[in-house]
Design a protein around this ligand. Sequence first.
Ligand SMILES: [Zn+2]
Length: 264
Amino acid sequence: MMWTDIGVNLLNASLRADAEAILQRAEQAQVHRMLVIASDELESHACVGLCAAHAGRLWHSVGIHPHQAATARPGYIERLRELASAPQVVALGEMGLDYNRNYSPPDIQVSVFERQLELAQDLRLPVYLHERDAHDTFYAILRERRDELSGGVVHCFTGDEPTLMRYLELGFSIGVTGWICDERRGHQLQASVRHIPSDRLLLETDSPYLLPRNIRPKPKTRINEPAQLTWVATAVAVHRNESLQQLSAATEANFDRLFLSRHR
Ligand SMILES: [Zn+2]
């Protein structure tokens, strides 16, 4: 069985220096492919070289995370447009709205999100979406532009069934992380995950964040990495009442269809 981790912050300070060892451990865990997510212009740039060095195993996004929206400098859209022509680029993002801590002011988040949606529409690239505590505004913006977008994924989905249905209705795929392994705050997702159609489901670690809490024996570190994706898969399979084989086959095909079908 093979797995693809569609959410790896490999350029994050806690993973970057160790990237080669992390890729090796992923390979041993049958996590044979990854989508490396960029969160600002600098990371978008760095992804190009890193993923070119591992072509066929690593793909990446380019974009600006809502936390980093305030760091966007004039001309960022034109620079992202250029970076998006790199051969391993399969999505634009991580983009969206995060009102949980408002590291960037909400009005700037909205503007940087909308400019990136326009760019994705222009380039016909799928969008890699992040939303936290901002559902109503986020949904309204996406609904407005649904016909112009080339699909995408709502990454790290943690919501309930009605929220899920709204995203599905807009045509998006759903990324599920180790949030589902959390016995304290994962209940909503554990209940909604079975309502994700098999052809819309993707798996991710969002490493180095969200270390799955079902890992046994308990790891000594809190740093998550792609090799731990199999723990996410195990929990998803249990809550969907399906086999790991079924889950692997479906999610592998979904990655190919959403991210690689436009890929030369
Ligand atoms: Zn995110």
